[in-house]
Design a protein around this ligand. Sequence first.
Ligand code: NAD
Length: 332
Amino acid sequence: MTSSPTPENAGLLIISEEVCAQVVSRSDSFDAVEAVFGAMARGDAYNFPVIREAIGYADALYGFKSGFDRAGKALGVKSGGFWPGNMEKGLTNHQSTIFLFNPDTGQLQALVGGNYLTAVRTAASSSVSIAHLARKDARVLGMVGAGHQSTFQLRAAAEQRAFKKVVAWNPHPDMLPKLGAVAEELGLEFEAVSQEALGAQADVIITITSAFEPLMMADWIKPGTHIACMGTDTKGKMEVDKALFARATVFADEIAQSITIGEAQHAIADGLITEGDITPIGDVINGTHAGRSSDDEITLFDGTGVGLQDLAVASVAARVAEEKGLATRVAL
Ligand code: NAD
């Protein structure tokens, strides 16, 4: 039911998955994620503790990511998780919805489909790290992973440097042609290679898998590489050799998540690095940390995925969809 908003009932906007994909571009997402990482580092925005539970049904993991961005006036929660059986039903394994609340009144403002936005904000995260940390002359992009997120990652990364070639590896090689097709569409040469060859060739590496053991060893990564570890978002997951943390300059979206559920959890547990060795990427964005200091330095970004990223892109979706008349408004 559509109704006119009043102060008592401002109404609830509903933004479908389809509309999100229409109104939030990669560059909108990049700007929103970069801004919120900066706000987090300034202390203007903070994430609340994450809840993530195996619900003992359908093998699902379900939870909440939430936070408040005082600067961007975004308050809300993303709720959803991972349903591994969905692929067979023709659905995405990750399912989520974002709820935005009015920070002045607590009223529910918008219900926003979270599936497309999760992919586009996760891709924006690695791409913000590439923009700020990768060598300017990076020409070869290495992709470790070929699942749902990987094509979003590739498209976003390709916009950050003048890449000429993509080298890729995936534990399930049959998934690689889909990634290859996107590379071809972007005019990039594509080659499926071994993990070691990937490390030897790539100037920038993105890891985006559900791995629980290292797929890339520290010795395979050449000096000057920027590596964005994006797949590890849960305790126990792991994509790269923890020894790499001792060799790299380490950045993260949020340190608290990085050391508990992010890629850094293993290096921290083994005492290879301490929390103080990790810099929030927001410090680089805000200019309070110089970022890369030499051409030979290995930079590692631990992108764990924070609720504030979801709220940032959902706020864009709600605003633009309303402006364009694409949101459905209902009375509460
Ligand atoms: P997907 O299920 O579509 O693809 C899974 C990928 O991991 C494929 O490349 C697959 O070959 C590989 N894989 C599957 N099982 C594996 C195993 N046991 N060992 C090694 N590799 C394995 O998933 P997706 O949506 O592409 O997500 C990939 C990862 O990214 C997941 O771990 C997901 O939780 C994570 N993720 C992180 C963020 C973030 O913000 N950091 C956001 C979304 C998803």
